[in-house]
Design a protein around this ligand. Sequence first.
Ligand code: SAH
Ligand code: SF4
Length: 477
Amino acid sequence: MLVSKDAFPVVSPEEMRVQREYTEKVRTILSVKYPGRRPKAFVHTYGCQGNVADSERIKGQLFEMGYEFTEVKEEADFVLFNTCAVREHAEDRVFGNVGALKPLKMKNPEMIIALCGCMMQQPHVWERIRRSYPYVRLVFGTFAVHRVPEMLYNVLRTGKRVFVTDETKGEIAEGLPVYRDRDFKMWLPIMYGCNNFCSYCVVPYVRGRERSRSPEEVIKEAKELISLGAKEITLLGQNVNSYGKGSADGVNFPRLLEMVNDLPGDFKIRFMTSHPKDCTKELLDTMARCEKVARHLHLPFQSGNNRVLKEMNRGYTREEYIELINYGRAVMPDLSVTSDIIVGFPGETYEEFCDTLSLIEKVKFTSLFTFIFSPRRGTKAEKMDDPVPYSEKSKWFSELLKCQEKIAAERCASMVGKTYEVLVEGFTKEDDGRLTGRTDGNINIDFEGDPSLIGSYIKLKVTKALNWILSGEAVID
Ligand code: SAH
Ligand code: SF4
């Protein structure tokens, strides 16, 4: 039996009621402003799935206020960018895209332009928006997601610019409406924030301290998703292994996973992201035991060198990482492992980088997300000596990609002739009319098929591997 303890503060019912009142007020204003039609909102999300989940809640609120959604900025009455601050490149893209909105705003002066997300938690960013982008009317940070009705009301009512970037304790807002883009692959946030302060990372500064949702709320939402037809539920958090820490009800991440697994239904469970320092054998055993949990572990190691790992403040060694993977594969022989890597951390030497290469060769990851170090304001690594030029880091980066491509090609070749169950996700990126399905291990296989298969599980036999792209054909049982 579950015991609710509310260890982490939630937004009060009174505050949620106030927001619902604002929803009604905005709905009335919009019906007068746009008679006979729903105004259109364009919402674009940068960055991680945490942002995607926030956007689904923002869109839920916009929908209740009377908006419908468009993929075409030019025809939008409301444009929102949900931003990412993890790397400079993501920030540059946001500034570029906000700049490109100026002519649209001039053509349509009624257009409301808004920015939210991690970048908006950084004072130097919102100062720049305030100064240099006067046509941006609304700016809000990651702690204000549930206050969209109030903020929009103030913009519409006063015509003034609204900036809500204040620090709060990061109360968890339960019961928000959610507008989901897909009805079979769904995101389920289980915790927010991060306490780890990896020395390169801005996330703890822009997302605040770790807060876990109560198990009751997680299970309630999981049941809702299943009843909506979810075929895959991904549990989300910056470090899901920390789930429940600091809460009195004793439900840790493995236990939560088991509880979701026990819910009846035909669906798979994924989760991300796991941190090696908190990834336990208990979690791996639980994965092995739970038939609905995909045999896929995303476990970012960042660097294969112990000195660099220490400087990164990651809290584990190369040897401990390898031991975890070995244990995972012992209890789940078909376990697929993916990871994140940073190349060119300040002070990293070529020899140290080679330890990353050797770890890749040893572990043989299914796929990798690789990044060149990007200094982030306010982090410890920003102030570290960084003597290796970017051009040199780019060379290391290419070397790393080549190494992984070879491993991926070998793995793909070994899959030819075998049959896998996949969830058919949609059309291929190539837009060639073919479909793509994802295996339990998070590997895509493309095939010819009827679009009515999208959203269902089918079996595919792999017929061809072209480097790391797999083709298959449906197997009829
Ligand atoms: N919470 C997750 C990931 C958060 S950010 C974790 O700890 O694994 C996603 C990835 O972006 C990180 O794993 C890291 O590889 C990369 N990243 C974060 N900060 C970065 C920086 N300053 N420069 C380059 N890559 C970075
Ligand atoms: Fe950033 Fe580290 Fe937290 Fe991941 S665990 S979000 S890399 S500080």
